[in-house]
Design a protein around this ligand. Sequence first.
Ligand code: FRU
Length: 348
Amino acid sequence: MTHIKKYTMTVIGLLLLSFIFTACGQQPAAAPASNESSEEAAEADSGAAEESTQDKFLIGMSQANKGEPWRQAMNDQIAAAAAEHPELEVVFADAAQDNAKQVADVENFIQQGIDLLIISPNEAAPLTDVVAKAYDGGIPVIVLDRKVLGDKYTMWIGADNQLIGRTAGERVATWCEEQGHSPCNVIEIRGLEGSTPAKERGDGFREGIAGNANVEIIASQNADWLREKAIPVSQAMFQANPDVHVVYTHNDPMTEAAIISAEAAGLNLDDMFFVGIDALPTPDGGIRSVIEGRIDATYVYPTGGAEAIDYAIQILEESASPDKEVILDTQEVTEENDEDIYAQFGGQ
Ligand code: FRU
């Protein structure tokens, strides 16, 4: 954008703001302290909303649950990407897997006068209205990874979970065929039911195994994406179904939990096939687990953190209108390519 254009827009923006505040008989809200702000220590009262020149932008990042390694990686990537742009300040909130808390976090961001919202919603339906409220109120909204319902947001960035599930299902169908299992018994451990990836990964998997009529899902349980929940859930599943060939879980932390339970149940892990999703390139992430021979196949599920900041810059500074959906690449990780992929993603 040219300097003159920027100046003109700023003047128009200022006039509009003063009109709105006069009409409402209000002063621009001073940003209250964030309820639990960030690693980046939000100086909430730097309030981009009342900045006249808009040479600073305040971004609210509403995270579904920081307690999971993949979500911490997303926050870290956002913080690192934003650090490259001194004009950006990112305030983080952690909903700790609580929909009501996440609604309150977004409300709080709206009150703070954020210039843009990034949200990775815990569950779709409960977060839809507050996201729409931000969007309708003129705040650009980037939805990351999990979706909301409807289309009241600026853009969604994430990988194709249906495709990941389908590829995992095809891989399982092939393994079952190679092993000659008939039937080939699968147990599934699912993510939080109201979160869109759980449905998509489950549906896609069913499409993928459809090519081999011997593959049978003999039990499917929910462990809400959480390793600690997946331990008792998988224990109970192995107890009820000792003749399991394949374990398909919707993320790697739940796969690791199932491996621990299978070992404890005295099952022969070498005869089983464990499939997860996420493939974080970290010492305790999924790629290393494949390298170390525990998980048999996992799928790179990029967090989209860096992309979110790239698009935020385009929206805020270049008045861009990005595509409504940006689909990120994924990759299958098996013993055939584990070391390469670990290196490719800078594994450490
Ligand atoms: C973390 C996580 C990831 C998963 C993603 C799906 O909360 O469970 O492991 O891939 O969310 O939204």
